[in-house]
Design a protein around this ligand. Structure first.
Ligand SMILES: [Zn+2]
Length: 246
């Protein structure tokens, strides 16, 4: 089966999609998932959570909804994107019949996704602002996991910067974001299949995630710092709802 066409890179603001259902299947652990011809659901990766949302399976009559299924997780496996479903066995068996479940409307949990786009973008930028504050480059974080609430850059070093530097960098970040700078991403196949850059002003960071298009959308950010064993963790939370510009 061919891979899933991802639409979230070219248009991270697309919230809903009419799509073909290629397959309803169970993974090795017996968990049910759907493969769609193309998708707006970002799969878990690069620290970002996999999207959640809803799949409305269409019936054979025009405009008829056969079932409403929750998408509880999205994960990538090779070049396929698996939309994990909350579905009972009976419904799964019904929908697995070839004549059923051919078309669906896929709808994102947009508040989760948009929050992830904002926090994740802020996490790239706080790294850039730390380098700017320190006047030198520092190693990129080895991990940048996000949760429903916020995120943290995990650096494999200690004592490269202190709380005062982070405070200055956070002030600079908030000033920079409010000044409305464009954020863009681009594919770079010279670096390998599927390789992408995140870019803002003169900064570029390798990243295949989803981001806001303008720094103003991030709003105000607060930060804190934790030292744990040999790692420095910069925790980022958003302190205000920003207005969507997309
Ligand atoms: Zn990114």
């Amino acid at each position: 089966m061919s891979g899933t066409l991802p639409l979230f890179h070219e248009n991270p603001y697309l919230k809903q999609l009419e799509c073909r259902v290629d397959l309803l299947e169970r993974d090795d652990a017996g968990l049910p998932f759907a493969l769609l011809g193309e998708t707006v659901f970002y799969p878990q990766g690069g620290g970002q959570l996999g999207d959640r949302g809803v799949l409305h399976i269409q019936g054979t009559k025009a405009g008829e909804t056969l079932k409403r299924l929750e998408v509880i997780a999205t994960k990538k496996r090779d070049d396929q994107i698996r939309h994990y479903l909350k579905v009972d066995d009976e419904t799964f068996a019904l929908l697995s019949e070839p004549k059923n479940a051919q078309q669906a409307t896929a709808t994102l949990d947009w508040s989760l996704r948009y929050h992830q786009m904002r926090v994740h973008s802020a996490m790239h930028l706080i790294h850039c602002m730390l380098e700017q504050t320190l006047g030198r480059s520092i190693q990129h974080p080895v991990r940048s996991p996000l949760s429903d609430d916020g995120g943290e850059n995990q650096y494999e070093f200690v004592e490269e910067f202190d709380e005062d530097s982070l405070r200055q960098a956070t002030d600079a970040l908030n000033e920079f974001c409010s000044a409305s700078h464009e954020i863009r991403t681009e594919a770079d196949t010279s670096q390998g299949q599927g390789f992408r850059w995140w870019k803002c002003e003169n900064w570029s960071i390798p990243c295949g995630g989803v981001h806001v298009r303008n720094t103003q959308e991030i709003g105000l950010v607060t930060s804190s710092m934790k030292i744990k064993k040999n790692t420095t963790r910069v925790v980022i939370t958003l302190s205000a709802e920003a207005e969507e510009l997309g």
